[in-house]
Ligand binder design. Structure first.
Ligand SMILES: *[C@@H]1O[C@H](CO)[C@@H](O)[C@H](O)[C@H]1NC(C)=O
Ligand SMILES: *[C@@H]1O[C@H](CO)[C@@H](O)[C@H](O)[C@H]1NC(C)=O
Ligand SMILES: *[C@@H]1O[C@H](CO)[C@@H](O)[C@H](O)[C@H]1NC(C)=O
Ligand SMILES: *[C@@H]1O[C@H](CO)[C@@H](O)[C@H](O)[C@H]1NC(C)=O
Ligand SMILES: CC(=O)N[C@H]1CO[C@H](CO)[C@@H](O)[C@@H]1O
Length: 308
């Protein structure tokens, strides 16, 4: 890519579950995911530095503006307070880029772990170009409350529903074929009159084994790289107000925040790795409530959907 010659590195803030109340749970694949991203980052072109935080107080306009993109990695529940949300909205309005992975779109219901076959719709996108046309994957698959295409997202990966059984009741229309990953050139999370960065989302990433699969990592790094290459950050535009200034020169790629512990207290709700019938309905209901709040206040516009 053209910018490689002068772009030393980009910096992505990875946001994890910020535990606030008993309603949240934590994906146990998060440490695996963080390690995988931090290992892959330096060899990416251009290199990507991943900072990670679970501190919702970090969400200030000043702190966020240093990042080329913000990545919600398997976040669950109400991860930000009002001021954090405001800072995040400002970041998006200033052309900040966004990447969402797995439960960034929030909760799960009727957890299913079946072998499912994914179908590549668009193999020209950097997040799917390395995938076979049909890609057998074992992971958790979400149903969504709306069709991402309805807000202009371009779906690049879908799942062949004939390759698995979903006992859940579908109440919403997520469009056909069943969306799995998509991108927005103009991320819908920024307000209409503002500068919008790019956004990319994949619903895959539930299991440790997913994060240990190099093909999956290529999918993720391809999506992140594409997102970062939008022209709304300091790396690409002298007028930009967000983005890591170091990206512009050969400065030492120091993190703006030092590594933050990913250890958290245990949550009260346990993620089910067994067939859906054994997921307690009360947990499901609690998750449902939590995600509704999160998505309405934050992610609705961002991902433009919610899932069942
Ligand atoms: C996933 O990996 C983490 C460590 O990275 C480990 O604590 C956890 O038990 C693993 N989960 C499963 C289901 O093996
Ligand atoms: C950056 O985040 C920290 C919390 O991690 C906060 O204490 C600090 O005030 C923030 N800095 C700015 C300049 O907003
Ligand atoms: C940034 O990209 C958008 C979409 O490709 C384009 O319309 C716009 O002109 C570009 N802006 C600059 C400053 O290059
Ligand atoms: C920066 O802003 C100036 C003045 O608004 C404009 O003329 C110029 O095209 C902008 N440059 C970029 C790269 O967006
Ligand atoms: C198999 C199973 O547990 N299916 C459940 C999926 O979720 C819906 C809605 O909560 C239930 O009605 C199903 O029984």
């Amino acid at each position: 890519m053209a910018f490689m010659a002068w772009l030393s590195h980009l910096v992505v803030l990875v946001v994890l579950t910020i535990l606030q109340a008993r309603i949240d749970f934590r994906h146990d694949s998060i440490p695996t995911a963080i390690n995988a991203l931090k290992q892959k980052g330096p060899s990416n072109s251009p290199p990507i530095i991943f900072d990670n935080t679970e501190d919702q107080n970090f969400f200030t306009t000043a702190n966020l503006s240093q990042y080329d993109a913000i990545l919600f990695l398997s976040t669950t529940g109400e991860v930000l307070d009002a001021s954090g949300k405001a800072a995040f909205q400002t970041y998006l309005n200033q052309g900040g880029n966004f990447v969402g992975i797995h439960s960034a779109s929030d909760t799960l219901r009727n957890t299913t772990f079946y072998m499912e076959e994914l179908v590549v719709l668009d193999n020209t996108h950097p997040s799917t170009s390395m995938l076979p046309t049909r890609w057998p994957v074992q992971d958790e698959f979400y149903n969504f409350k709306s069709d991402p295409r309805s807000v202009g997202a371009v779906v690049v990966l879908t799942v062949d529903e004939s390759t698995y059984t979903d006992d859940g009741v579908r109440k919403f229309d997520q469009g056909t074929p069943h969306p799995i990953a998509w991108y927005q050139e103009r991320g819908a999370g920024s307000q209409e009159t503002e500068t919008a960065g790019r956004s990319w989302y994949t619903s895959l990433g539930h299991l440790n084994q997913t994060w240990e699969d190099d093909l999956y990592l290529q999918h993720v790094m391809g999506g992140i790289s594409w997102t970062l290459a939008g022209n709304t950050t300091k790396a690409f535009s002298s007028n930009a107000t967000v983005g890591n200034a170091n990206s512009l020169d050969g400065n030492n790629p120091s993190s703006t925040i030092t590594s933050i512990s990913t250890s958290k207290s245990t949550s009260t709700s346990v993620e089910s790795t067994v067939p859906p019938s054994s997921t307690p309905s009360s947990d499901t209901a609690r998750h449902q409530t939590a995600s509704g709040t999160l998505l309405l206040s934050l992610c609705v516009a961002l991902l433009a959907l919610m899932y069942l």
